[in-house]
Write a protein that binds this ligand. Structure first.
Ligand SMILES: CC(C)(COP(=O)(O)OP(=O)(O)OC[C@H]1O[C@@H](n2cnc3c(N)ncnc32)[C@H](O)[C@@H]1OP(=O)(O)O)[C@@H](O)C(=O)NCCC(=O)NCCS
Length: 206
């Protein structure tokens, strides 16, 4: 986003003071009836999140982290689980009913100043079922509640699935291109704005 655009966004807003968020848990139903629990991550989720990364393809990890397909160091993963500012959501199948239920998706909102960076990782065998779209909508809602003025997403230009997920938001976004990396900026609406759309956690229909 241009500096002018950023100044326009923040002009009438107090500076965002949000710290680490703890999103309330919720359940969501996929198109095929599968139910998932979504909740904030805690430090004890490290083994589940390591397992999520192990079970993702090299291409998915590369699309998420843009830096090769290598595994993340545990210290960096821990910081992702409990960000100083923002929130990390984890999705687990409800049917597992076990404290060690597999983590099938992770959604990160990392606050920096008055904006927040968002990223998603859905396990390959859970992709294309609407999960990424629901998680992104929820993070947009979390960010608006916390007073951020915009979201940034760093997406490889070839990453059609993620571009589709952002398109599904049906919100205007600005795009900056640096080689093969796109930075999409989605302006947010203040939580108390009458123009703000209600939270929609329904899985998109095809
Ligand atoms: C991007 C990602 C989060 C999408 O999650 P998802 O749960 O599959 O998303 P959805 O099921 O909500 O699908 C959203 C759209 O992407 C499309 N899509 C999903 N996977 C696709 C694929 N492999 N090829 C083409 N389109 C795909 C869906 O068809 C849908 O498009 P539509 O709106 O036209 O129907 C997931 O693919 C992923 O984790 N990828 C690896 C990590 C990554 O790319 N992160 C983004 C960096 S910020």
């Amino acid at each position: 986003m241009t500096r002018w655009g950023r100044q326009t966004l923040v002009a009438d807003r107090p500076t965002c003071q949000a710290g680490r968020g703890l999103a309330g848990p919720f359940t969501l139903d996929l198109r095929d009836g599968t139910e998932l629990d979504v909740r904030s991550a805690v430090g004890d989720d490290l083994p589940g999140v390591v397992d999520l990364h192990e079970r993702c393809s090299a291409r998915s990890r590369n699309r998420r982290y843009h830096g090769g397909s290598a595994r993340l160091a545990p210290a960096r993963m821990r910081r992702l689980l409990e960000p100083a500012r923002g929130v990390t959501l984890l999705a687990t199948p409800t049917a597992s009913h076990s404290p060690s239920a597999p983590v099938v998706a992770m959604a990160n909102l990392l606050g920096e100043g008055d904006t927040a960076e968002v990223a998603l990782l859905v396990r390959d065998d859970w992709q294309r079922r609407g999960l990424g779209s629901v998680l992104l909508r929820r993070l947009v809602w979390e960010a608006e509640q916390s007073g951020y003025v915009a979201l940034d997403l760093h997406v490889q230009a070839e990453n059609t699935p993620m571009l589709r997920v952002v398109y599904r938001l049906a919100r205007p976004s600005m795009v900056d291109r640096d080689g093969s990396l796109l930075t999409l900026t989605v302006p947010l609406t203040a939580a108390d704005s009458p123009a703000r759309a209600p939270l929609d956690l329904s899985v998109p229909t095809r």
